[in-house]
Design a protein around this ligand. Structure first.
Ligand code: PLP
Length: 375
C-alpha cells in the first residue's frame, strides 16, 4: 500500500467554489448593499436554474436549506396539519430531514416501507397504506438523488385529494437531465447543502409548477408576508441569504467541471470493482446523484463488518440514512420496516470527492475485495 493510505479518507470531502470564484459576486453584494430577502443574487440564481429547467424564474423559490424549502413547499401548498388528516406519510428510507420537516408543520409522522425494487415510496404503496384516510400529506423521497416522476403522484393526488410534496433534496442532477418528467404541479424541494453534488454551503430551492404555488411558498418562507408586511399564512424565515446565492452562482459557473469530476469518480469505482470481480455491487452516478458512491453489501450485518474493516484502515464511510428514519431515537419506537432496514444497512457509502484520485479508489476497492474474501 502507498503511504497515502495512512492519511484517513473521509466519506465525503466536498469542494465548493474558491475565494477567487466568489469574489466577483461578493463585490456585487458590496455594491448592492442587499444581503437577504430574495435579493438580486438570489433572484439571479433562481433565473439561471429556471433557464436550465425550462421554467420561468418565478417557479423557483430559493431557500435557506433543503429542509426550509420542504417546509415552505408544505406550508405553501398543503398547509399545516389539522382536522381529520393529521398524519404525514414519509418513507423510512431517507435522511431524517424529511420527517423533521413534516413534523415541524404539525404532522404526526408515519414511516412507510419502500418498494423492494425501486427503494422508493411508490404511489401504490401510499394508496394501499392502512392509515390512508387519516393521511393529509405524503412526501415521496428521491432517495440518493433518484428522480421521482410527477405523473404517478399527480394521479395519486387526484384520486385521494391528499397533498403531496416531493423531497428531491439530492435530485439536482436528475432534474437537470429530465425536468419535463420530474417537475410539474407537485412542488419539489432541492438541497444545496455542501454534501450534495450541486452545493452552496447551506441552501436549497423549492420548484413549483405554477406561479401561484410559488408565491405561496415565498410567503411561507418569509413570515407570511407577500407584498406587504402583514402575516397572512403559516410560515418560517427560510430565505436564502445573498452570500449563499453568491456561492450558488459561482457553483453554477463551475458546475460542468465539477459534475465531470464527480462522474469520473463513479466511473472509476465501477471499473475497479469490476476488475476486482465485484461487478454489479456498485450504485452511483448516473443512477444516483454523483455525491454518492454506494457499495451493496449482502446484508446489514455484512455492511457493519465492512464499515468497521474499512474504518480500521483509515477509510471513512457512511450509511447515509442510518437504520431508517423510524429507528432514530426521537421518532422510535416504531413498527419495523423490512425493506427499509435491509436496504439502509446494506448500502454503504464509500468516499467521494471531486478530486479523489483513481489510485485511492483502487486502494479502497482492494480493501473491499480483501474484506469480501474474508466474509
Ligand atoms: C440532504 C437531504 C435533505 C436535507 O437538506 P438540507 O439542505 O441539509 O436541509 C433532506 N432530504 C434528503 C433526502 C436529503 O438527502
Amino acid at each position: 500500500m502507498s503511504s497515502s493510505s495512512f492519511a484517513p479518507t473521509p466519506v465525503l470531502r466536498p469542494r465548493l467554489p474558491d475565494a477567487d470564484r466568489l469574489l466577483p459576486y461578493l463585490r456585487r453584494i458590496d455594491q448592492n448593499r442587499v444581503y437577504a430577502n430574495f435579493g438580486p443574487l438570489a433572484l439571479e440564481l433562481a433565473e439561471r436554474l429556471a433557464a436550465r429547467f425550462s421554467l420561468s424564474g418565478e417557479n423557483i423559490v430559493t431557500a435557506a436549506s433543503g429542509t426550509a424549502a420542504l417546509i415552505g413547499a408544505i406550508l405553501g401548498t398543503v398547509g399545516r396539519a389539522g382536522g381529520e388528516r393529521p398524519l404525514a406519510l414519509v418513507p423510512g428510507f431517507s435522511f431524517i430531514a424529511t420527517a423533521v420537516a413534516a413534523e415541524s408543520c404539525g404532522y404526526e409522522v408515519v414511516f412507510a416501507d419502500v418498494d423492494e425494487r425501486s427503494g422508493l415510496l411508490e404511489p401504490a404503496g401510499a394508496l394501499n397504506h392502512p392509515l390512508l384516510d387519516r393521511i393529509g400529506l405524503v412526501i415521496p423521497v428521491g432517495a440518493f438523488g433518484k428522480g421521482i416522476p410527477q405523473s404517478g403522484w399527480v394521479d395519486f393526488g387526484e384520486k385521494t385529494g391528499v397533498g403531496v410534496v416531493i423531497d428531491g433534496a439530492a435530485c439536482f442532477e436528475a432534474i437537470d437531465r429530465a425536468p419535463g418528467e420530474l417537475l410539474g404541479d407537485i412542488p419539489v424541494a432541492v438541497s444545496f447543502h455542501a454534501t450534495k453534488s450541486f452545493a452552496s454551503g447551506e441552501g436549497g430551492c423549492a420548484i413549483a409548477g405554477d406561479a401561484d404555488a410559488a408565491r405561496n411558498i415565498v410567503r411561507a418562507l418569509n413570515f407570511g408576508f407577500y407584498g406587504s408586511r402583514e402575516c397572512r399564512a403559516a410560515s418560517i424565515n427560510g430565505k436564502m441569504s445573498e452570500y449563499h446565492a453568491a456561492v450558488g452562482l459561482a457553483e453554477l459557473d463551475g458546475w460542468s467541471e465539477k459534475s465531470r469530476a464527480l462522474t469520473a469518480v463513479a466511473d472509476q469505482y465501477r471499473k475497479s470493482l469490476k476488475e476486482a470481480g465485484l461487478d454489479g455491487r456498485f450504485l452511483g452516478a448516473p443512477e444516483t446523484a454523483s455525491c454518492y458512491a454506494l457499495f451493496g453489501c449482502k446484508s446489514a450485518r455484512e455492511g457493519q463488518g465492512l464499515s468497521e474493516y474499512l474504518e480500521a484502515r483509515g477509510i471513512g464511510g457512511r450509511f447515509w440514512y442510518g437504520g431508517g428514519g423510524h429507528r432514530e431515537p426521537y421518532f422510535a419506537p416504531r413498527p419495523a420496516l423490512r425493506v427499509v432496514e435491509e436496504t439502509a444497512g446494506a448500502l454503504f457509502g464509500l468516499p467521494v470527492a471531486p478530486d479523489l484520485e483513481p489510485e485511492k479508489i483502487s486502494e479502497i476497492v482492494s480493501w473491499i475485495a480483501a474484506f469480501e474474501k474474508l466474509a
